[in-house]
Design a protein around this ligand. Sequence first.
Ligand SMILES: Nc1ncnc2c1ncn2[C@@H]1O[C@H](COP(=O)(O)OP(=O)(O)OP(=O)(O)O)[C@@H](O)[C@H]1O
Length: 261
Amino acid sequence: MELFDFVEIKVVDIIDIFLVAFLFYYVYKLVKGTVAINILMGIVVIYIIYWLTEALNMRILSNILGNFIGAGFFALLVVFQQEIRKFLLMVGSTNFRGKNGLLKHFSFMRQDTTTVETNVDAIISACEKMSMSRTGALIVIERNNSLEFVKHTGDYMDIEVNQPILESIFYKNSTLHDGAIIIEGNRIVATRAILPVSNERNIPLRFGLRHRAAIGVTEKTDAVSIVVSEENGQISYMKNGEFVLFETLENLKNQILEDLS
Ligand SMILES: Nc1ncnc2c1ncn2[C@@H]1O[C@H](COP(=O)(O)OP(=O)(O)OP(=O)(O)O)[C@@H](O)[C@H]1O
């Protein structure tokens, strides 16, 4: 008799294992570096103790922990509200989109059918210029999720994206320089918009409100944002509630083009 005769692995089991691994990977990615990781560890410890008390037939303790775990499921939805939201956004927007993405074949599932391409060249050139002159800027580019809720906090506009316009909006003495601009397709549709600020604890302290706001909008929607720091001219790119690292502006341009495709 073979040792593993009793183990029958079907294709479905393999898919199951992959999906669980995928789920764990994303849960870990979301909670890594946040306070949520401590809560998650607490839950794992309680679950292990519960499992042990069950195995050892310790009925009172296992009953108490069992009830706690049962009710805990709903508590988890509240505690991990931000993370669950981020996770659903990540699953729903990032990984299956793109030129060859799965959702491309299900075009009826997309809210937006914008065909006008954003002038990414103009955005990058403007950022480069603003970086050299230490001009602070915050640019948000809409993807599938509507940004109506942030647009109405600023002034509605309808201007074509081009380098001089971007530079003049963020020019220090301009009346429009404060807050964020929102880009839809190749139009600047709002200026002076106030974005939701991220509460993420693992954002380094050297980043102030402009950077937190740029992260915040990408946590709540699938938009991408670009910041030019007034303090040091550094250009940052944010997506899915995180900084996206890049080496050169050419890399950044290609990354944005890929994310918008
Ligand atoms: N919630 C927000 N939504 C949109 N814009 C914001 C928000 N909070 C701050 N800003 C913009 O960021 C500007 C500077 O903020 P702050 O100095 O705290 O940012 P920072 O991240 O340190 O960036 P910098 O490196 O440019 O100083 C503000 O004057 C404002 O224009």
